[in-house]
Design a protein around this ligand. Sequence first.
Ligand code: GLV
Ligand code: MN
Ligand code: MN
Length: 442
Amino acid sequence: MSDVSVPPIDRHDDPTPDRLTVPPTGSSDVDSAALRINGERLTRRLSELGEVGGLEGGGCARLALTDADRDGRDLVITWMTELGLDLITDTVGNVTATLAGRENLAPVMMGSHIDTVQTGGIYDGNLGVLAGLEVIETVMRSGFVPRRPMAVAFFTDEEGARFAPDMLGSLVYVGAMSAEEAHDIVSIDGARLGDELERIGYLGSSPCPGLVPHAFIELHIEQGPVLEREGRDIGVVTGVQGISWQRLVITGQSAHAGTTPMELRHDPAYVASEIAVFVRRLAEELGSPQVGTVGTFDLHPNLINVVPASVTMTVDLRNTNEETLKQAEARLVKFCDEVMESEGVTIEATSLARFEPVDFHPEVIDRVEDEAKGQGLSTRRMPSGAGHDAQMLARVSRAGMIFVPSVEGISHNINEFTKASDNENGANVLLQVVLDLAEEKP
Ligand code: GLV
Ligand code: MN
Ligand code: MN
């Protein structure tokens, strides 16, 4: 049922090359509560996928719908195909692989993303997808057939670094944006999303919104310092903070750097710098958990002896509290008005992403916590600072997340690292939570 061309299955050097088939029935003699994932296999797949678009010094660059993203997708699909899973690709390029259950019910879904930022690590997103695959392979190899189907998905363009907004594929999956609207989004390099999907062979035909899962669980690295600092094994994620992304285009007057008196300038670089400093101070003043980032700064014409004609910059504001986030946005608007007036420039603001804070489902939160504790792991309840596909799935389904520690809290950086034992812990919690949910009756 795959809509994409599938590479040959022997591309991956599996030490256990026997092809798996799902036992038709009969699972009563398997103690599913005793199942454990294969940590070595998970680690091996993480590094193999990390080599696709690999960067010197570590990490990888697989911006959404680039050739490198296609190669990463092809590799993951090879593994999914080896397991004989039922594959579908939808009209925005999300790929879902499903293992049939004993009954034809809504599946328990896992997943995340495999696109990365341009200087990304090998764990962000990839862990959730490959751990989902590992959970399914573990279940298949045991001979246990869960009541409900189990699915693992990778969603298109979670990062939003090439095509805004972030979590785009999962946003379309849940029907909050149409595939047609998504196809018309233009990337930072001028490409149209629909054209890029087609170019890399991932414009599927399965319709969006997609099948509503029985529940959705995403394993992810924390990407922050909290778990490591507190020596906890597992983050029980309670929700995701609100995100506000804006692009500001500041237009002034290009002029000679040597001859134009300071009082006659309309300098967009000066204004952009003032805004960057304001964003930092605003976050400090509002206090944690408010954060504010100026991540891009593009001067035109970008020459040493020319007062720029224009600057394009982005502002990323986030907070777990919607009211404070709105306040931060309003204060930024006010500051832009003031500085625009005083320097005699224009500022055009475009919203690139705006998502309110999300709470995960209390039952899923409790299950993750109970399961982790039951496995002898230490836990901490925490909100997520980063955006995740699970926050979109939470609009239609019970959803939750499991975090594992990030060494030194580093992420969106080639030095991103999570210990293999932590990934294994997280995947084992995922396995048992999913097995549990998959036995639920309609
Ligand atoms: C996505 O990874 C984001 O939180 O920026
Ligand atoms: Mn991620
Ligand atoms: Mn990310």
